[in-house]
Write a protein that binds this ligand. Structure first.
Ligand code: NAP
Length: 541
């Protein structure tokens, strides 16, 4: 791998200097168990607050075929030899490494990603929390290596010749292509599940914020917790990575729908029917029920959660609400409450006191949001817009309103990935509310606020086919929810249609993507003995 002129590199050298305004850092990939720096055209990473370049990365010349082979041939067997409990212990140790370096990672997140401390924690603590949750699942699954799915099925009349479904880890590599907005959590939430299932990982972070990902990988490698080949990191462009995927590999992608379409139709992915999971754009919706009184607990739950989604991570959250459906009778109160709250929010440098919204993560995101705001403004009324610093990648938080429902242009088609949302009025009926949610073409999460079991139940179940997750806010739980924007490891994350059609996490459900379900037909007695020897776990564990 290093014979073709590529430089071996230790990424930690210069880390502190660069973070403190020293020299530009050259970022490296970790492939075949070594740090290596790519060549060719380099891409730059920037301080999101000032726009200054802080690091560069290139991925030309890297032997990605060899990297995938190393993962399959070295990492795979090592992970498969471990029990679920041992893999779980490994995940707990990796969570501990992140936690032990939390302050340093939050600082790097602020510099490269423009996150406030709270936003950085959402990403970094989300990473260690998800690893810990899957560590707990590993402990629960215990000294087994493969899983049973359901009870033995009778094949014909015989009780002896049965069919048993079983999950075994796939023999390939899990290729994880992540978006820029969660450089820590995105790495950890995918890897935790693949590792617990017994598959090695090749991670490719979104380049704009990839320094944080690289630093976590470096800390993990230095901690010596992972078996050789269990983790590789590709920094910079994907290059010919997907040309080398094969029939036992899995590709899990998070990002925009245009990139998703390219990956879906990639020749090697198509030729080998590579297992693919796509998390893409999502026009998440929040629906206020007509039964909710202004100033009630459920009202404040709704207002707080909309404001949180609009401000947190500068709106760069795949689960953030983009469309807010409000009965016409309540719309003036809603707009007043939201603008009131938003007017008190400061946009500025992440470290500055009182700042709640930092910059967008990159110049291209800043441009994309600015263009999205223009398009929203062309079809909706701009009811509020905040101020933002002129330097760096800041964008102005914005709230729009439309009374045109399904006929509002752009709102139901395009996700503006920034601190903005559109209030859409509706007649208060469950049918119209459901139709408006469905007009987004499939989303990650929809949120419904109602204390009326009949109306609320109709909308919740009505929007379920269009949503990966439905969050029902109501009086008795008004102070018990993390909000619809928080993805939890034990609940599925993903959504139909526009959201990519994929599904991640969901506790044990997430493991199935990385395992092959096989129906084995055999003599039950023989099978029981074979399973006992191989370390199989029952369905209920
Ligand atoms: P993106 O441009 O689609 O990039 C996503 C990832 O794909 C990056 O790592 C990117 O690498 C890589 N990539 C680009 N072209 C590729 C190719 N031809 N082959 C293989 N990989 C390729 O998206 P983004 O700008 O990072 O993220 C923004 C979008 O992601 C938003 O629109 C948002 O809706 C969506 N998103 C969805 C979720 C979810 O869970 N559903 C979560 C977060 C974001 P480079 O960075 O090197 O170009």
């Amino acid at each position: 791998m290093v014979s073709n002129g590529l430089r071996r590199a230790m990424p930690s050298s210069g880390y502190s200097d660069a973070l403190n305004g020293g020299e530009m850092q050259t970022l490296s990939s970790y492939l075949e168990g070594r740090w290596v720096t790519g060549e060719g055209a380099a891409r730059q990473l920037h301080d999101a607050t000032t726009g200054e370049p802080i690091a560069s990365v290139a991925s030309g010349g890297l032997d990605l075929s060899a990297a995938l082979r190393h993962a399959r041939e070295v990492g795979g067997p090592a992970l498969r030899a471990m029990t679920f409990a041992q893999r779980g212990a490994m995940l707990e140790a990796l969570a501990g490494v992140i936690h032990a370096h939390r302050d340093e990672l939050l600082e790097l997140s602020a510099r490269n990603g423009g996150t406030t401390r709270g936003d950085g924690k959402f990403d970094v603590d989300g990473a260690s929390g998800t690893l810990s949750w899957y560590a707990y699942l590993g402990k629960k699954l215990g000294d087994a290596r493969i899983l049973l799915d359901g009870e033995p099925e009778r094949v014909l009349r015989s009780k002896r010749f049965v069919g048993q479904h079983v999950y075994t880890p796939r023999r390939g590599v899990a290729v994880h292509i992540n978006a820029f907005n969660f450089p820590a959590w995105g790495l950890a939430e995918k890897a935790a599940v693949a590792w617990l299932a017994g598959m090695p990982v090749v991670a490719k972070p979104g380049t704009a914020t990839a320094w944080l990902t690289q630093r976590i990988v470096e800390l993990w490698v230095d901690a010596g917790v992972l078996p050789d080949g269990a983790l590789s990191l590709l920094m910079g462009g994907a290059g010919d990575l997907l040309d080398h995927v094969g029939p036992q590999d899995c590709v899990a992608f998070t990002g925009g729908s245009e990139t998703a379409a390219r990956i879906r139709s990639h020749a090697a992915v198509v030729a080998h029917n590579v297992r693919l999971n796509i998390e893409a754009d999502s026009l998440n919706a929040s629906v206020l029920g007509p039964d909710i009184e202004v100033g009630s607990d459920t009202w404040f739950m709704f207002v707080n959660q909309v404001v949180r989604d609009l401000t947190q991570k500068c709106g760069q959250k795949c689960t953030a609400v983009r469309r807010v459906m409000v009965p016409t009778a309540l719309v003036d109160d809603v707009v007043e409450a939201l603008t009131d709250r938003l007017s008190g929010v400061t946009v500025g440098a992440p470290g500055d006191k009182g700042v709640e919204i930092g910059p967008a993560a990159s110049a291209s995101q800043q441009r994309a949001v600015a263009s999205g705001l223009e398009q929203l403004a062309a079809g909706c009324e701009l009811v509020w817009q905040g101020e933002a610093p002129a330097q760096g990648y800041f964008v102005r938080p914005s709230l729009f309103r439309s009374d045109k429902g399904l006929d509002t242009p752009f709102v139901h088609e395009h996700e503006v990935f920034g601190p903005c949302a559109t209030v859409l009025t509706y007649d208060g009926s469950a049918e119209v509310a459901t139709a408006l949610v469905a007009a987004g073409g499939g989303g990650l999460v929809a949120s419904v606020y109602s204390d009326d079991p009949a109306w609320g139940g109709q909308v919740v179940l009505g929007v379920a086919p269009y949503s990966g997750r439905v969050h029902w806010g109501s009086r008795k739980v008004h102070d018990q929810s993390p909000g619809p924007g928080t993805v939890l490891p034990n609940l599925v994350h993903g959504g139909p249609g526009k959201a990519g059609g994929g599904e991640e996490l969901g506790g044990r459900r997430g493991l199935h993507f990385y395992m092959q379900r096989t129906a084995i037909q055999a003599d039950k007695g023989l099978l029981d003995r074979a399973f006992a020897a191989a370390g199989v776990l029952g369905d209920e564990a």
